[in-house]
Design a binder for this molecule. Structure first.
Ligand code: ADP
Ligand code: ZN
Length: 818
C-alpha cells in the first residue's frame, strides 16, 4: 500500500499538494508537523502536513519528501481549522495564511535570503534610490527574499543592486537561515562581594580617582542597583555609564565587578517580586463585570463600552484572573504592541511571568520561543499579549480573548494577504475553542454597536470615569475667524496659545495632535505653481526639515530639498500645510523654555523608539508632546491637563465612508488623554468648520448621536454594517493595460451583480511604487450569500486569468475592507 501526505505550501497556491512517504514515515507523521519538500524545478519548501492518506494524486505523480522537520506537531488542529476559515473568508490561499501565521524560522527555503548588516552604521544619504528602497524595506522586515526585492524595485534583474549593497557592506546574504532555536545566554554584572559595604565602596571610589571612567561605571552600577532589584545586564551598565565594554572588562579583571551568565528566555520578564493584588472594582466596573459574565454564559461575544479612563483595563484583568483560575489560556489583542509598554507592565505587575508578549519587533528566535511555550501550555505563556498576529499562536486551551480598542483600523491587515480583520478572526477563533470573547472600546466601531443592537453581541458599559474624574471639557475654536481677526500665532489660535501658557505655568503637561508627520505635506513654487512630486507615486513629496529632505510617504523616495524650483528655476519654494515638525518648531519659538518632544513615525523607529519618548513624557522630562495618531492609543499619563488638536479638518474631509466615524473615534481618544486625575482636563479642537456635526458630537460625548447618524448614512448608501463589501484592486505598471483589464473584469462583475458594483476608480493616490491602482467595490446586500458571491467572483477571475494579455495584472481581494 502506498502512503501519501497532503501538505500546505507557504505560497499562494489554491490547492494542497500531495507527496509520497514510506510506510514508516506515514506511521510517524501527524498533521501539523512540517516536512521539507521539493517543489518546481529546484525549490525546497517547508510544508505543513494536513493529512496522511493512501490516495495517489490523479494529475501528477507524487514526489517524495526530503525529510521530516518536527518530532511533534507545531501547529494544532484548531489552528488549521481557523486558518481554513481565514483563507475562505478573506479570499486568499491557505499557503498565504500559513506563511503569515508561523514565525519565519518555521519556513525553511532553499532560497537566497537578504539580511541587513547590523554591525555597521549606515549613512542613508549615501545610498542611491534603489539601494535605499532595499535598505528601508530591511528595517521593516529583517529578512527579504530575492523575489520580494524584485517586487520592491519592480525589476527582474536585481543583481547589480545587490552587488552594490554587498560592496558597501550594507547587506549579508544567506543561503538558508533555518536554524534550530538556541537558548540565549545573557551576560550580567554585579559588584564583587568585597565591596558591598558603604565603607569599602568609598575606599574603592577613592582608589579609582585616577580612573574616572572606571569610577563612573561603579557609580552607575550602584545607581542601577538602587533603582531596581533586577539583575543588571552588562549592556545596560554600558549604556547607563556611557562606557565601553573594555572599561567594564578591566573592572572584572581587577575583581571589582563580577560577571555571570544566565541562560534566559529571549523574552525577558521583569518580574521577580511578588505579584501585586488586583484592585477591587468600583460599582460601575462591578456592574459591567457581572453583565459581561451573564453574556459569557450565553456564549455571546460581548462589547464593553466604557468611556476613556473608566477603568476598562481593570475589568479585563479580573476576567483574565478568572480565566487563569480555570487553568486556561488568555489572549489579549491590541492594535499596536509597540505603544503598550504601560499596559504590559501593568499586566506583569498582576500576573508576573505568566504574561508573554508576541511582538513583530522581536527576533525570529524570540517568537519561536513564545510559540513553543504556548503550544506546550506553559504557565509562562498563559497570557499572550500582542498585536493582530498573536491571533495565530498555537493555543491549547484558550479560555478568553480580549480585543482592546476594538474600533481600531489597524486590526485589519492591509498587505499582504491574508487581509484579515483580527477582531473578526478572533471571534471565530474564540468560537472554535469555545472560549469567551470581549471587545472593549470607548468609541465602539459602528459595526460592533450594530451587532449589539441586532442581538449578535452582548453589551456592558461604564459611563463614568474612574474615581469620579470628570470628562474633559472640550472647546471648539474657529480658525477661519481667528485668522480673519489676525489672532493666529502661526498655527496656534489665541485660545490654544493661552491655554498652553497657563498649563505650563501650572507645571502640567500638554499633548498636541496633528495627523501629519514631517514639516509640510506640500512644497510649492510661488512663481510657477509647480510642486515636486514623487517619481514613483502620484503624490507630492513631504518636506522634512530636520533632514532637509523631500520624502515620499508611500515609497520612501527622498531627495535633498532643492534650492530653486525644478520647473522655473526661481528660488521661490514655499510650503503648504503643516506637519508635526512644524508644530514642534513653532512651539519652540512661542515657548522657548518648554521642553518639547515629538512622537511620530520618524521619531519612533527602532525597537525602543516609543518607549523612550513615552517614558520621558511620563517622567515629566517633557512638558509638551506633539504627535500623530500614535498618541491616541490607550496611553495613561497622569499629569496631562490640556490636549490640543491643531486641525480637525483633514480628518473630517478624508474621502472615505468611514471618515466621520474615524474622526469621532480619533478625536475622542486624543481628548481622553486629558485630565485623567482629579482636575477636569481641557481639550481645544481647532477647525475651519467648528459647526461640523461630528465635532459637536465629540464635544458633547454624544456617541449615540454619532452612531445613529452614521448608521443612517450607511443605510442610505448601502455600506457596512448594513451591507458587506469586497474591494478588488487591480495593479499594474502599464496604465492602459490596467484600465483595460479593470474594465474587462468589472464588466463580468456587473453581469453578475448589476448595480451593486462601483467603479473601477482610481484611488486618491493612483500610483504607488510605479504601479497604477484601480479599485472596484462590490456591495453585498443582506440575504445575498457571501460564499456564492465569492464563487462568482472567482469564476470571473478564472476567465480573466485565461487571457494572456492580462496575466501580469495583479488582482487583490480585500473582504470587509476598511
Ligand atoms: P481605560 O482603559 O478605561 O481608559 P484605565 O483602565 O486605564 O481606563 O483606568 C484609568 C485609571 O484608573 C488607571 O490609572 C487605573 O489604574 C485607575 N483605576 C481603574 N480602576 C481602578 C480600581 N478599581 N481601583 C483603583 N484604580 C483604578
Ligand atoms: Zn513614492
Amino acid at each position: 500500500m502506498l502512503n501519501f501526505i497532503n501538505v500546505i505550501l507557504p505560497i499562494p497556491l489554491e490547492k494542497l499538494f500531495t507527496y509520497s512517504v514510506s510506510a514508516a514515515e506515514a506511521e510517524f507523521i501527524q498533521p501539523g508537523m512540517r516536512v521539507a519538500v521539493p517543489f518546481g524545478k529546484s525549490k525546497i519548501y517547508s510544508a505543513l502536513v494536513h493529512e496522511v492518506h493512501q490516495v495517489p494524486p490523479t494529475v501528477y505523480e507524487a514526489k517524495e519528501i526530503h525529510q521530516i522537520l518536527d518530532e511533534t506537531p507545531v501547529v494544532t488542529e484548531a489552528q488549521l481549522k481557523h486558518w481554513f476559515w481565514i483563507s475562505e473568508y478573506y479570499m486568499c490561499s491557505i499557503g498565504e495564511v500559513f506563511r503569515t501565521a508561523v514565525p519565519s524560522a518555521f519556513l525553511l527555503e532553499s532560497e537566497t535570503l537578504i539580511l541587513k548588516n547590523t554591525k555597521i552604521n549606515i549613512d542613508e544619504l549615501e545610498l542611491l534610490d534603489d539601494e535605499f528602497l532595499v535598505y528601508e524595506a530591511l528595517s521593516h522586515q529583517s529578512i527579504l527574499r530575492v523575489h520580494e526585492i524584485s517586487s520592491i524595485l519592480d525589476k527582474k534583474n536585481i543583481l547589480p543592486v545587490l552587488n552594490r549593497l554587498l560592496d558597501k557592506n550594507i547587506i549579508i546574504l544567506k543561503e538558508e537561515v533555518y536554524e534550530q532555536y538556541k537558548p540565549k545566554m545573557v551576560r550580567y554584572v554585579r559588584m564583587s562581594k568585597l565591596f558591598q559595604s558603604e565603607e569599602k565602596l568609598e575606599e574603592l571610589l577613592n582608589s579609582l580617582t585616577r580612573a574616572p571612567k572606571q569610577s563612573q561605571v561603579v557609580l552607575s552600577l550602584f545607581q542601577l542597583q538602587a533603582s531596581t532589584k533586577k539583575p543588571i545586564k552588562v549592556s545596560d551598565l554600558e549604556e547607563a555609564s556611557s562606557s565601553s565594554s573594555a572599561t567594564i572588562k578591566s573592572l572584572v579583571n581587577k575583581n571589582i565587578l563580577e560577571e555571570y551568565f544566565v541562560q534566559t528566555d529571549r523574552v525577558i520578564y521583569l518580574n521577580d517580586t511578588e505579584n501585586s493584588d488586583l484592585k477591587s472594582l468600583n460599582e460601575y466596573q462591578q456592574k459591567a463585570f457581572l453583565d459581561i459574565q451573564e453574556n459569557f454564559k450565553l456564549k455571546k461575544p460581548t462589547l464593553l463600552h466604557g468611556v476613556t479612563s473608566s477603568g476598562k483595563t481593570e475589568v479585563y484583568v479580573k476576567l483574565i484572573e478568572q480565566c487563569l483560575k480555570s487553568k486556561k489560556q488568555a489572549l489579549y489583542l491590541l492594535p499596536e504592541i509597540a505603544l503598550t509598554t504601560q499596559l504590559i507592565s501593568r499586566l506583569q505587575e498582576y500576573f508576573g511571568e505568566k504574561v508573554a508578549v508576541y511582538h513583530s519587533k522581536y527576533s525570529v528566535q524570540e517568537r519561536v520561543e513564545v510559540w513553543n511555550n504556548v503550544l506546550t501550555n506553559k504557565s509562562k505563556a498563559q497570557i499572550v499579549i500582542g498585536a493582530r498576529s498573536a491571533l495565530f499562536m498555537p493555543f491549547k486551551e484558550l479560555g478568553l480573548v480580549i480585543v482592546d480598542e476594538e474600533h481600531e483600523g489597524s486590526f485589519k491587515q492591509y498587505d499582504p494577504a491574508p487581509r484579515y480583520h483580527a477582531r473578526d478572526a478572533a471571534i471565530v477563533l474564540a468560537h472554535i475553542h469555545n472560549a469567551n470573547i470581549l471587545l472593549g472600546s470607548a468609541t465602539p466601531s459602528v459595526e460592533s454597536f450594530y451587532n449589539v443592537e441586532n442581538g449578535k453581541y452582548g453589551y456592558a458599559s461604564i459611563l463614568k470615569r474612574f474615581g469620579n474624574v470628570l470628562m474633559p471639557d472640550i472647546e471648539l475654536v474657529d480658525i477661519k475667524e481667528q485668522t480673519r481677526k489676525k489672532r493666529m500665532k502661526g498655527h496656534f489660535s489665541e485660545r490654544l496659545f493661552l491655554e498652553i501658557e497657563e498649563t505650563l505655568q501650572n507645571k502640567e503637561q500638554v499633548i498636541l495632535f496633528q495627523n501629519r508627520r514631517g514639516f509640510a505635506p506640500i512644497v510649492e513654487c510661488t512663481t510657477c505653481g509647480h510642486s515636486p512630486q514623487c517619481p514613483n507615486c502620484d503624490v507630492s513629496l513631504t518636506y522634512h526639515q530636520y533632514q532637509k529632505q523631500l520624502r515620499c510617504h508611500y515609497c520612501s523616495y527622498n531627495i535633498a530639498l532643492p534650492l530653486a524650483c525644478d520647473a522655473c528655476g526661481v528660488a521661490t519654494l514655499d510650503t503648504k500645510g503643516f506637519g508635526t515638525e512644524q508644530v514642534e518648531q513653532e512651539l519652540q519659538t512661542l515657548f522657548p523654555d518648554a521642553k518639547i518632544g515629538r512622537m511620530d513615525l520618524d521619531t519612533t523607529r527602532g525597537k525602543h523608539g516609543y518607549e523612550k519618548i513615552i517614558t520621558a513624557f511620563e517622567q515629566q522630562e517633557l512638558d509638551i508632546l506633539v504627535g500623530t495618531q500614535m498618541l491616541t492609543k490607550g496611553l495613561d499619563f497622569r499629569n496631562v491637563s490640556l490636549v490640543g488638536i491643531m486641525n480637525a479638518d483633514t480628518l473630517l474631509n478624508f474621502p472615505d465612508f468611514r471618515a466621520h466615524e474615524r474622526s469621532y473615534q480619533l478625536l475622542t481618544q486624543v481628548a481622553g488623554r486629558a485630565g485623567r486625575t482629579q482636575k477636569t482636563g481641557k481639550v481645544i479642537i481647532q477647525s475651519y468648520n467648528p459647526y461640523h456635526q461630528i465635532l459637536k458630537q465629540v464635544s458633547t460625548g454624544d456617541y449615540m448621536g454619532m452612531y445613529k447618524e452614521q448608521l443612517y448614512e450607511r443605510q442610505q448608501h448601502k455600506y457596512p454594517p448594513v451591507n458587506r463589501i469586497i474591494k478588488i484592486t487591480f495593479k499594474h505598471k502599464d496604465y492602459s493595460k490596467l484600465n483595460e483589464a479593470a474594465e474587462w473584469f468589472t464588466k463580468g462583475l456587473r453581469n453578475s451583480f448589476g448595480v451593486h458594483v462601483l467603479g473601477p476608480e482610481f484611488p486618491p493616490v493612483a500610483r504607488i511604487r510605479n504601479q497604477y491602482l484601480k479599485n472596484v467595490l462590490i456591495k453585498i446586500p443582506v440575504g445575498q450569500s457571501l460564499p456564492k458571491t465569492k464563487n462568482s467572483i472567482k469564476r470571473i477571475e478564472k476567465s480573466f486569468n485565461a487571457i494572456s494579455h492580462y496575466a501580469s495584472v495583479r488582482v487583490i481581494y480585500n473582504v470587509d475592507y476598511i
